[in-house]
Design a protein around this ligand. Sequence first.
Ligand SMILES: *Cc1c(COP(=O)(O)O)cnc(C)c1O
Length: 513
Amino acid sequence: MSVAHEIDPSRAATITKHLFNARNRDRYEREVLAGVAAVRAQLGRTVRPFTGITPQALQASVGAVDLDAPLADPAAALEEVERLYLRDAVYFHDVKYAAHLNCPVVIPALVGEAILSAVNSSMDTWDQSVGATLMERHLIQWTADRIGLGPAADGIFTSGGSQSNLQALLIARNRVHERLQIEGADADVRLPDTLSRLRIFSSAVSHFSIRTSAATLGLGYEAVVSVPVDADRRMNVHALRAAIADCLASGNIPMAVVATAGTTDFGSVDPLERIALTCRENDVWLHVDAAYGGGLLTSHRHRGLLDGIDKADSVTVDYHKTFFQPVSSSALLLRDGAMFSHVTHHSDYLNPRSASLRVPNQVDKSIQTTRRFDALKLWLTLRTMGADGIGDLLDTVIDLTRATWQELSAADDFEVVVEPVLSTLVFRYVPAGLPEQPEARNDLIDRMNLAVRRAIFDSGEAVIAGTTVNGEHYLKVTLLNADTTPGDLRVIFDLIRWQGSRFMQSELEQAHV
Ligand SMILES: *Cc1c(COP(=O)(O)O)cnc(C)c1O
């Protein structure tokens, strides 16, 4: 049985001592700065991207923590985090981290991160995000202007490219259905009946989130038509035209074309102008997935790669990739902001119809409700470094990638798949002295490249990625660190050679037992 009681003031002070408030502001500063100092100390100790620790070893330490027995002392809790996390984390700022699209982050954005989580604005309604809503809108406008989407454009920050793609396709789906109803052809047909006939066209190397979006939206994985790419991994536009014609001929409905501006594996940019023309001729929604290539909007020398992006109906941009922002930070931009009505829901407690006319509610445009003020990070970045500062970083890594491509192509023990336009290289190690017989040779190359990648990760000396090309294992580096030099990459390629020779040696030994 609970009894009404008065709280003793000294006990109240103890209970509330960890709350972020005016009374505890010294503690707030002290503890947050201690956290920053721990990261700073770790930066000083980090000499490679990874320690090579195994999941088993870490699991034992993490699992041993009794979450019901607090340490009480913030310094002790921080020390534990140093041991369980900071010491062995993978560090993207290290010049030999060259695996995925995780970028080194810029300091102004980290200041933003510290501020936004303390104030803890939530971007759903104006009464939870005064000021923040307007700053987010200003950044959206800035991005839409850089793309060239025109006067009716609007957008919304999201948690990432997968979410941006999902929302773009959700809007495209609802728009097609609405149009079918207005045109009368399907006036009585309900959305579920239309779904099975909708088709999305994206290249064979587009991001998997296109397929998962189709499934989530009730279309099924098979609704995504995989359009072949040319040798340079760009969508073949003739194949796209043929696929749309096939779709129409069989009574299905082309819902959207997804062009990729910066494919995750190759950095290739689909021919946006020609795809846009095809979309216009067929009256099909054009979504441009620029999750990777979006940073080119700030580039001095490579903005031309995005020519045609201004013709898109919707665009995904991941600031947490080529704008050097911490996770999470992404946006979905629409040419016609009115299309957001396809995701608007009114609820009496949050954004009643009448009130939302008077105040700017971002929840009207979002598929999230409570949402971080991630935009503050980009804001401080632009206000400190400027867009040119971002563009300089990106141009530097593009130059590095192209120079490295030339070196690798000249080496006779590496095979490079495509000449890069962005900052990704896909290649494999093919040393001399391999068996002549094609099948044995291919099998050995395949297994060696897979083994090399694992061995390098386990050593922690560098982190590189892998992918498959025509079913065979290749290695991949994604270069996003403007501090990385050609010399650093030569060290990585020598590691590959060394691990490759170790693999060959163990193969030989096994063959002899
Ligand atoms: C990374 C990426 C995505 C997914 O973005 P997340 O932020 O990881 O959700 C989508 N499309 C492309 C082309 C990407 O490179």
